[in-house]
Write a protein that binds this ligand. Sequence first.
Ligand SMILES: [Zn+2]
Length: 575
Amino acid sequence: MSYLVLARKWRPKAFSEVVGQQHVLRALINGLDQDRLHHAFLFSGTRGVGKTTLARILAKSLNCEQGVSSQPCGECQSCQEVDAGRFVDLIEVDAASRTKVDDTRELLDNVQYAPSRGRYKVYLIDEVHMLSTSSFNALLKTLEEPPPHVKFLFATTDPQKLPVTILSRCLQFNLRRIELKQISDHLAFILQQENVEFEDKALTAIARAADGSMRDALSLLDQAISFGSGTVNALDVSNMLGSIEQQQLLHIVSALINQDGKALLEQSHDLSVQGRDFNAALDGLLALLQRLATLQLVPNMELPDEDDLEKLIEISALVDAETVQLLYQIALHGKRDLPYAADPKSGFEMTLLRMLSFQPKQINADINTGSTEPEKPRTKIQQIMPQAASPAIETKQKATASIEVKTEQQVAPPVPRPTNQVQEAPPEPAPINQQATVSENKLTASNWTDTISQLKLAALSRQLANNAAFVKIEANTLYLSLTPELAHLATDKTKQKLVAALEALTGSSLKVVIEQGDASTQQTSKTLASQQAEERTSRQQQATDSIHNDPTVTAITEAFNGRVIESTIKPIDSD
Ligand SMILES: [Zn+2]
C-alpha cells in the first residue's frame, strides 16, 4: 500500500478542520461570509502552525465555483484543483528560493491579466521576508494599486524583517503555537481514524517535543508508527525521541527532597545506560521545577499535561517554594556549565549533588503549633505536611511571603549591631587606638578580643589571631593557646605576622608562645572567633524571638494558616 505521510494526508481542507488559531479563523470566516476582503494578508508565526494551510483554504474559498464563502464546496473543479496543488490561478512562490528581482518582476508582470479560470488570481508567497530589497520595491508598486482580481497571501516566520511599507498594506494575522493538549488530542483523533493503537502518554510526549508545531507533531507521529511497527506506545516514543520519561524526572525530584543521594545517582546511572542526553535531562528538570513552582504559587492555574499532576501535587506539599526556586537556579547553572564538565554525565551528577547540598536543612517551624524546634528532620516534615495538601498551599505561600517581608523590617530596631561595636573604638580600651604600649595598658584576658579585632591581618594569620585564646603575659612574652584541631594555623609565618601586628599596635617588642590548649583553657578564655559566634547566635535568637513575639506576624499566620520559614529569619545587618 502506498503510504501518504500523515502531515499531507491530514492537512486541513476546510476552516472547520483547522486545529487552534481560533482568533484568525473567526476574522477570516467573517470577512469571507460578509464579502469584505482585504487584498493582502500576512500570516506570521513559527514553523508548522498552519500558515500556508490557512492561505490555501482561503484561496479555495475565494475561487469555489459555488461562490465566495467560508465553506468552499470541496467538490467543484476549482476546489479539487486547489486541494491537489494544481490550480492555475493559485501561484505559490517560495521566496526562500526565489529572491532575485527579475523573478519577482516576471511574477508581477502577469498580475495585470485576469485570472484564467477562477474569480481571483491568488499569489501565495511563503517566507516572504526572504525577498530582496528590490523585489520588495517591485511588490510594493503592485500593492499600492492592486488590480481588483488579485489577492496576495504572504506567510513568514519572521515578520520583523519585512519593510514597514509592506507591513502597513497587509492585514496581519499572527498565528500562535498550538497548545500541547490540542496537538495530542488531534493526534489521538487521527490515530483512531487510521486504526492505530496508541498510549496517551506517547502522544503527550510527541506533542511536547513538537513544541507547538502540528507539522512536526505529525511527522514525529509518522516516525513513531514505523518505529513501533504499527502501534504508538510511550516507551518506544521516549526511546525514539531520546527523551526522558516524566516518571524519571519525578524520581529525581523526589530523591532530592528526600535527601537520598544514592537514589539520585542511581537515576543518573539509568539515564546514562539508556543513552539519554543529559542536557535534555536538565531541560526536563527545569520544566518540572517550573511547573512545581507554578503549582505552589499559583494553585488556581490550570496546568496542561495532566498525567503526572497528582504526583506533582504530592511533591509540592513536601517542599517549600524557596527550595524549588533554589533547585531551579542550580539546574539552570548546571545547564550553562555542562559543556565545561569533563563529560556530560559527571556534569549532570555534580548539578544533582549541588542541589542536594544546598538545600536548607532547617525549615518550617510552625508558629501555630507553637513548635520551637529549630531543626526538624525531613522525614518528620513529610509526615506533617500531607494534611496541608492542595488548596491550603496558596494561602500558605502568600502568608509566608508576607511574613518574610516583615522579617527584615520587624527585626531592625531591637537588634544591636555588634559589627559596629567591634569596629568602633570601645570607650575603655581607647588608648590602644592611640598606639598605647603593653606596659601602659597591659594585654589582658578581658581586652584580648578587642585588641585582636583591631589588628591589621589577613588570611591565615587573621585566623590564627581570631582563634587564639589569651593565657597570660609575663615580661614581654605573650602566651596564647589554640585547640589541637586548629594547631595547624600556628606556622612560623603566621606567628611572625601576628607578632608584627601586635608590636605595631602596642609599640613595644613582644615574644609570642603558642601552646596547645585543652578544652578547659579554651572554655575559660575567649577567642575573638568564639565571641563572634556567640554574638551571632544571640543576635539570631533576638531576631527569632522578635519575629515570634510580633503580634502582626502572629495575626497573619493565624489568619492564613501560615508559617514562618525559620531559615529566612535574619538580623537586619547580617550578610
Ligand atoms: Zn468548490
